[in-house]
Design a protein around this ligand. Structure first.
Ligand SMILES: [Cu+2]
Length: 493
């Protein structure tokens, strides 16, 4: 009797469990396909998506609408310039790479390398880069991360150009006006192509050095398939130098993760963020810093009389840059975390930002396991931020969870006004990518001085591919290119 009852109960329990599991699996599959559909629309014009709807993100006042002459993104090119021309060629190809840890990776490379060749030019140079695609079937582009280029040269598939297919080529031309540390990567299926290896560093040296520098080393952190690499190595990278030398270390985070970095063996200064100089940067000791995905930190370190300096990753202990000779430094027992809120000093001219803005936008970044959202919407469903040339624009970014969201804007640098309501107290901070962490709010300010169609997205490219990607569009700018499965241009997939 009891056994039959138990059996019955078991059957009921199993049936209920199976039913619950089926519902859960069904919902998961439905959500998955909904997300796939969102990522792969058939055909979208990113210049006029939802222009007819009232912009949900628009929270400020708008100037009286004057009619603006339409102009195509394609026609916005580098102005004629008498600057010296620097030519480069980058060929994208499938390449098998043998790593120093013995693993072989089927990578996608520029000129057979990942990272691709370091491009180093001087402030004011006219840069001409021809991209060839040998055999990447989905097509390739190059986006110049952080460099302010004209719209037609921004390298976003389906917005500023078509993806360059095998056997095709595309030539980028722009003037490197601002010295600093930048990088480049494909912006066709970026979450796939950057991780497959289509990226590299781009350094614009200043005409006149701001700091005495004996060695200038660019170091790129990347993740190639499952391995974390620093300049292509899974282990130690060595920078030359002798005691007393000043080393400028240009660190680029091309991974999707926030990397906490430590400097042991010497005090250091953070002299630039995203290529923008810090005013009056102080010496830091026993201080680590978080470099968000897409960001760059320039450090200045003097090699001590005795001993090594080690710049290492907290999460990936094997990843380190070493310079100097002698005993290994001991790791600081306790450490502070760097914050730009009170680093450096304000500019002596005390320049402040306008008290009123022509446009104000509020962007809430959110995420669940399938979708990443801005104001609850994803990708082309997010109304663009529409601006006019000359607008003073405020963007408030709120991280409402789901992880770190390094927020990246194309075509501009912005100034950080405040963090969690607290105005910045030190040096003015200009960035193109700001690391936002859970529950943080930042107010950003920019002058709309570069007409075009500009992507705004999370630089955890996985999040961008899951929908955390939108546009900042200038009124009147059009594009002949289309995003979607019809054209094959899928910039953030
Ligand atoms: Cu994100």
């Amino acid at each position: 009797m009891t056994t039959a009852k138990n059996k019955n109960r078991t059957i009921k329990y199993v049936t209920a469990s199976l039913l619950a599991a089926a519902i859960l699996i069904g919902a998961t599959v439905a959500l998955y396909f909904w997300q796939i559909r969102l990522q792969r629309p058939e055909e979208i014009n990113m210049a006029d998506q939802l222009h007819h709807l009232e912009s949900a993100v628009h929270a400020g006042h708008s100037r009286a609408s004057e009619s603006v002459e339409p102009v195509s993104c394609e026609s916005l090119t580098a102005s004629d310039h008498e600057s010296p021309i620097r030519k480069f060629e980058l060929t994208a190809a499938r390449t098998s790479i043998d790593l120093d840890n013995g693993e072989t990776v089927e990578a996608w490379t520029f000129n057979g390398l990942s990272p691709g060749p370091e491009i180093r030019v001087t402030e004011g140079d006219r840069v001409v880069v021809t991209l060839f695609n040998k055999d990447i079937e989905e097509g390739v582009t190059i986006h110049w991360h952080g460099i302010v280029v004209p719209c037609s040269q921004d390298g976003v598939a389906g917005v500023t150009q078509d993806a360059v297919k095998p056997g095709e080529q595309f030539t980028y031309t722009f003037v490197a006006t601002s010295p600093g540390t930048y990088w480049y990567h494909s912006h066709q299926m970026s979450s796939v192509q950057a991780e497959k290896g289509l990226l590299g560093q781009f350094i614009v040296e200043p005409k006149e050095a701001e700091y005495p520098t004996d060695h200038d080393a660019a170091i790129l952190l990347q993740r190639l398939d499952s391995s974390f690499l620093m300049n292509g190595k899974t282990g130690e990278a060595i920078v030359p130098g002798k005691p007393g030398d000043n080393v400028r270390l240009r660190l680029t985070n091309a991974t999707n993760d926030t990397m906490e970095m430590l400097v042991d063996g010497a005090p250091y200064r953070i002299i630039a963020l995203d290529g923008n100089a810090i005013h009056d940067p102080g010496l830091l000791e026993s201080t680590s810093f978080n470099i968000g995905a897409g960001q760059r930190y320039d450090l200045l370190i003097e090699i001590p009389e005795q001993g090594k300096v080690v710049v290492g990753s907290v999460q990936e202990e094997s990843l380190k840059i070493t310079f100097g000779d002698g005993p290994e430094p001991s790791r600081a027992a306790s450490r502070k975390l760097f914050s730009f809120v009170d680093y450096g000093t304000p500019m002596p001219d005390g320049r402040t930002e306008p008290l009123s803005f022509d446009q104000s936008f509020e962007l809430k970044l959110g995420q669940n396991i399938f979708v990443s959202t801005i104001n609850g919407k994803s990708f082309h469903e997010i109304p663009p931020m529409n601006v006019k040339k000359g607008d003073h624009v405020k963007i408030t970014v709120k991280n409402e969870g789901g992880g770190d969201h390094p927020f990246h804007l194309h075509g501009h640098t912005f100034r950080v006004l405040s963090k969690n309501g607290e105005p910045l107290k030190g040096s003015p901070i200009y960035l193109d990518t700001i690391l936002t962490q859970k529950d943080e709010t930042y107010e950003l300010y920019l002058v709309a001085d570069n007409p075009g169609l500009w992507m705004v997205h999370c630089h955890n490219l996985q999040h961008a591919s899951m929908g955390m990607s939108m546009m900042l569009n200038y009124e009147g700018v059009t594009t002949t290119y289309r995003v979607g499965t019809k054209s094959g241009n899928l910039p953030d997939l």
